[in-house]
Design a binder for this molecule. Structure first.
Ligand code: PGA
Length: 247
């Protein structure tokens, strides 16, 4: 049986209070039109408290974009997973390629963050994905499989997001056969190393838009989407969710 789909919006470093409130209100008012699909938004940390209030009594879950591996301590500027849990987060993205590349995060760091998230009662959305050079040299499956194996906590409910780096924010989307192949590979890794491997949701991310959501979301082993740019537009975000709903 197919896993229930999750459409998660990664707002990245975008949003001030007024536009965030308006966007969330629009998402909440349209959320009932996408039954059968779970929705989550991951605004910047500065907006989490306001987002929690705006999402109250709605089916839309709240997520954060990163957490530290330690529950507290002398880590200026960082945010710990228990802090996010206290703010009402259900999810936290860890290991996004923008953090792996821009902040030097290794698989071991990502795994430690995912474990910290789980310890705080959050569900980590663990991101993996190859660069264009890695794909062009035929190493995509090996690279991403190794990233996944190195980033996975041994147990606890997780979500995986496959995001080819070359498809993020570029408008260039992976072709369905590439997604089929990679998601089957990731599923095989998950099933091999974790008891809940078949039920673990594997999201696709990278230039997901309303016009490609339907074809991408109905590929085998695709259990939803991690949406960047299009999640900043409530109408587009909801249209992607509608496209993802099981027929
Ligand atoms: P994009 O970003 O949808 O803008 O390509 C996806 C992501 O980075 O999560």
């Amino acid at each position: 049986m197919a896993n229930r789909k999750l459409i998660a919006g990664n707002w990245k470093m975008n949003g001030l209070l007024a536009d965030a409130r308006a966007r969330i209100a629009a998402i909440v008012s349209g959320a009932d039109a996408t039954p059968g699909v779970d929705l989550a938004i991951c605004p910047p940390a500065t907006l989490l408290a306001a987002a929690r209030a705006a999402l109250a009594d709605s089916p839309v879950a709240l997520g954060a974009q990163d957490c530290h591996a330690k529950p507290s301590g002398a880590f200026t500027g960082d945010i710990a997973a228990p802090m996010l849990a206290e703010l009402g987060c259900r999810y936290v993205i860890v290991g996004h390629s923008e953090r792996r590349a821009g902040h030097g995060e290794s698989d071991a760091t990502v795994k430690a963050k995912a474990e910290a998230a789980l310890a705080a009662g959050l569900t980590p959305i663990i991101c993996v994905g190859e660069t264009l050079a890695e794909r062009d040299s035929g190493r995509a499956l090996a690279v991403v499989g190794a990233q996944l194996a190195g980033s996975l906590p041994a147990q606890g409910a997780i979500v995986i997001a496959y995001e080819p780096v070359w498809a993020i924010g570029t408008g260039r989307v992976a072709e369905p056969p590439q997604v089929v192949e990679m998601h089957a590979h990731l599923r095989a890794v998950l099933v091999k190393v974790r008891a809940d491997g078949a039920a673990t949701r594997i999201l696709y991310g990278g230039s997901v838009k309303p016009d490609n959501a339907k074809s991408l979301m109905h590929v085998a082993n695709v259990d939803g989407a991690l949406v960047g740019g299009a999640s900043l537009d409530a109408g587009q975000f909801l249209a992607i969710a509608a496209g993802a709903a099981n027929d």
